[in-house]
Design a protein around this ligand. Structure first.
Ligand SMILES: *[C@@H]1O[C@H](CO)[C@@H](O)[C@H](O)[C@H]1NC(C)=O
Ligand SMILES: *[C@@H]1O[C@H](CO)[C@@H](O)[C@H](O)[C@H]1NC(C)=O
Ligand SMILES: *[C@@H]1O[C@H](CO)[C@@H](O)[C@H](O)[C@H]1NC(C)=O
Ligand SMILES: *[C@@H]1O[C@H](CO)[C@@H](O)[C@H](O)[C@H]1NC(C)=O
Length: 510
């Protein structure tokens, strides 16, 4: 190509010299030469531009393309399709290009990773970069202990997410019921139809696979469950059988349900959840295009060590077994530091130096006996996750061990504590993200009305961006003074530290 160009330049030089020579002789002849030259240059230009890949004309395939932080609300129109023949043609063309691009990305992606690794399981969904993600919003219709939820809470939540996010993007809703009772209630069904405008947006009505609720696996000792219900009865949800089964289901079995087969991304939502800021950019696309696998909105420290009994040991054993396999457990790249309390570090007053020591210690993993579990967890009830993570070989192997130990039943492990340790161990730390721009509150009638189940934590589920620019940009309506992110029981400051993210100004005044 370059050589051709040199030759071309050379030819052009000769031409110019000829012209200069002729200039002195015949002006009319020169005019003709000039015209010919222009035509020639045009042809060269034209052939240059068509030799570029045709893909370049689609901006979303351009590497430099960055998503707008705000999208035009008129994107709504894409939901109501009015397909004309020509649009169909364009779509077909784009489809062909998309298939070509994706098959090349798959080829190079699969080559890059060991097929037993977590990253391998993510290649397919991440190869979709630049295109609309296969994503859904999943709302559970039951309380953590399996009680019916006040329908008003469900309506409020769906309306809030529709008006502040999903009216612009039209992602599928999945309602998840314990038994399907709601779906026989025509008043409920009509209201859902109204709120979601189901002529434009898909809604799926699903039911928890009751096999997981009604019977324990055969290696579980039911007497031990009963003992633990008595032992933990003083703690939140401690005596609930439903809580035990549903947490196990949410982590290990929900992601495998066939109704989720068509999705890569799930945003979990609980009734009572309300957005306090707009989300006028495509959250899922944002995650997909930046290789973010797990997003959380809130974190806290589990106050009771009884509720995480044995968990640390199993993770430690797992990590040790895979110590030599860096593409499964890599302490230099993962975020396990977030969960680790370092015991034997030299006493270092200087904050920055201490963090460096911690980072260095974290690289050596958790096998050395110098560290302990700090019980920090990302609350999984609001997680945005690429569910292929739960289908990856390392996660399945890990889950099998956890399930065999029986801790979901015997110790009341929460989905949050298990998920947190798993993503921190198996993902890269730059694949985990805290959404500081999603302002929300959880004000659940059902939870607060049954005072015996009131959660000290859920009262604090309140996020309001403390960064003023973020607050304004996302049109927030909330009280920054109530933001939980940097409060005492939150672990998010630790997350900023372990991932090297810069905290907002004045974070320590909250
Ligand atoms: C679809 O487009 C045609 C022609 O542009 C128009 O007449 C028709 O009203 C449109 N239909 C809808 C549902 O928008
Ligand atoms: C498609 O576009 C061409 C011009 O590119 C036009 O002549 C033709 O009428 C269009 N067809 C339809 C069905 O709109
Ligand atoms: C993947 O795991 C299987 C066992 O599940 C093993 O036989 C195989 O060698 C592993 N492959 C690689 C590339 O590590
Ligand atoms: C819903 O209604 C159908 C038909 O009336 C009935 O067969 C089914 O058992 C009902 N489901 C529930 C959960 O009540």
């Amino acid at each position: 190509m370059i050589r051709d160009r040199n030759r071309l330049n050379h030819n052009t030089n000769i031409l110019i010299r000829t012209i200069l020579h002729l200039l002195r002789k015949n002006i009319r002849f020169i005019a003709i030469i000039l015209i010919l030259l222009t035509v020639l240059l045009n042809i060269i230009n034209h052939s240059n531009s068509t030799s570029k890949p045709i893909l370049a004309q689609f901006d979303y395939l351009n590497e430099d393309y960055t998503l707008p932080s705000k999208l035009d609300p008129s994107i709504n129109n894409i939901i109501s399709t009015n397909v004309t023949t020509n649009e169909t043609e364009t779509k077909l063309q784009e489809q062909t290009i998309k298939q070509k691009v994706i098959s090349e990305r798959l080829k190079s992606g699969y080559k890059k990773y060991n097929q037993n690794s977590t990253q391998y399981a993510l290649v397919e969904s991440l190869s979709n970069k630049g295109y609309r993600p296969r994503a859904c919003l999943l709302i559970t219709l039951f309380s953590p202990t399996g009680e019916r939820i006040d329908h008003q809470d469900i309506y409020t939540t769906i309306e809030s997410i529709q008006s502040k996010f999903n009216n612009w993007f039209g992602y599928t809703w999945i309602l998840l019921s314990k038994d399907g009772n709601e779906y026989n209630d025509s008043k409920f069904m009509n209201k859902i139809d109204d709120l979601i405008q189901s002529d434009k947006i898909d809604v799926k009505f699903e039911i928890v696979n009751n096999d997981y609720l009604n019977q324990e696996p055969d290696w579980i000792d039911v007497n031990k469950i009963a003992d633990s219900q008595i032992r933990l009865s003083g703690f939140e949800f401690g005596d609930s059988q439903f809580y035990r089964s549903i947490n196990r289901y949410m982590v290990g079995y929900l992601p495998l349900e066939t109704f989720l087969d068509e999705f890569d991304w799930v945003w979990r939502i609980e009734p009572g959840f309300q957005l306090l800021c707009d989300i006028d950019y495509d959250l899922f696309r944002w995650m997909q295009d930046r290789n973010q696998i797990f997003g959380f909105l809130i974190s806290y420290m589990e106050p009771h060590k009884e509720k995480v009994e044995n968990l640390w040991k199993i993770f430690k054993d797992f990590a040790n077994d895979f110590k030599s396999k860096k593409d499964i457990v890599d302490f230099e790249k993962n975020n396990f530091q977030f969960n680790t309390e370092f015991k034997d570090l030299p006493n270092e007053k200087d904050e920055k130096k201490r963090k460096e020591l911690e980072r260095e210690a974290a690289k050596h993993g958790i096998g050395s006996g110098t560290s302990d579990y700090n019980r920090c967890q990302y609350v999984s009830n609001f997680q945005l996750i690429n569910i292929n993570f739960f289908k990856s070989k390392p996660f399945i192997e890990l889950f099998k061990r956890l399930d065999k130990e029986g801790g979901f039943y015997y110790h009341g492990w929460s989905a949050s504590s298990v998920t947190t340790l798993a993503v921190n161990l198996l993902l890269k730390r730059d694949q985990i993200y805290f959404f500081d721009n999603i302002g929300f509150q959880l004000s659940s009638h059902s939870l607060t009305s049954s005072s015996s189940q009131i959660s000290s934590i859920s009262r604090n589920f309140y996020n309001c961006p403390i960064d003023d620019a973020t607050y304004r940009e996302f049109n927030c309506h909330c009280d920054q003074g109530l933001d939980f992110t940097f409060m005492k029981d939150s672990c998010t400051a630790k997350f900023y530290d372990s991932t090297g993210r810069k905290k907002p100004d004045d974070w320590d005044k909250h």
